[in-house]
Write a protein that binds this ligand. Structure first.
Ligand SMILES: [Zn+2]
Length: 258
């Protein structure tokens, strides 16, 4: 009798879970991705035409954040990113031949030229900016027209740039401010689609707020005791805002950013 594996089964950004938001157990297939070899944890896609198994439901992964521990979220994050990577590397990017999965590593290998494609993460900085002892800069994303939520300055690290340079550049581009005392806080894998969020805190140095209108629709310094709607618990942005305004730990060696 074959052993059952704990399964992360996705349809795009939705995951199959039972009514208690727990993962199903299934028989493994050769095409599954092993998340932790030996641990019987697998990831696979549920294709659009496949029926949803009895007793299970598809739930957006962002919604599951609130029910899960950090470890569960990180494993789900790994599963979703590996599936996305495998789906997007069916052909060799060097010569165009159909690739094959490596038998033991997470690598898609070209049988013609041997080129190996590995999963990649996109480094993305996120910065919490304070002014004086009681003010925090929060910005409203221009693409978010459905809520009044204010978040933090964030953006992708460019080729050849240090993380601190990315923090300075994004802040100048998005809100026109200069920073001082940039310090690393924590990091969080964020599988939408495959980012590594690298968190910094910084202090306002100079400048007037000037919005990059295609990215930011509003930005203001808010008093710590008078904040607008902020990102949901479970996101690193939430932990960073609570860290500077309430003195909560943003991360420690047990990764307790939740
Ligand atoms: Zn090739």
């Amino acid at each position: 009798m074959s052993k059952l594996s704990l399964a992360y089964i996705f349809q795009q950004q939705k995951l199959l879970v039972d009514q208690h938001y727990q993962l199903p157990k299934v028989e493994s297939l050769a095409s599954d991705i092993l998340i932790h070899p030996g641990d019987q944890v697998i990831a696979r896609d549920l294709l659009a035409h496949e029926p949803i198994p009895e007793g299970l439901q598809l739930v957006p992964i962002r919604q599951l954040l609130q029910f899960w521990t950090t470890q569960q979220f990180e494993q789900a994050s790994r599963a979703i990113q590996l599936l996305e990577w495998k789906r997007n590397h069916q052909f060799c990017s060097h010569c165009g031949t159909a690739t094959e999965p490596h038998p033991t590593e997470h690598a898609m290998v070209c049988p013609a030229c041997q080129y190996r494609q590995y999963p990649r993460v996109q480094p993305c900085i996120i910065t919490v900016i304070t002014r004086g002892e009681h003010e925090i800069l929060l910005a409203k994303n221009a693409r978010n027209t459905s809520s009044q939520m204010y978040g933090l300055i964030a953006g992708f690290v460019e080729v050849g740039e240090t993380l601190e340079e990315a923090v300075r550049r994004e802040t100048e581009e998005e809100v026109g401010l200069k920073l001082k005392n940039i310090q690393y806080l924590a990091s969080q894998p964020w599988p939408f689609p495959s980012n590594l969020m690298i968190a910094f805190k910084a202090e306002y140095a100079s400048g007037e707020i000037r919005l990059q209108e295609e990215e930011i629709s509003d930005a203001q310094f808010f008093k710590f005791d008078d904040l607008p709607e902020i990102p949901f618990k479970g996101s690193i942005a939430h932990a960073m805002i609570m860290h500077v305004t309430q003195g909560d730990a943003v991360a420690d060696d047990t990764k307790a950013w939740l």
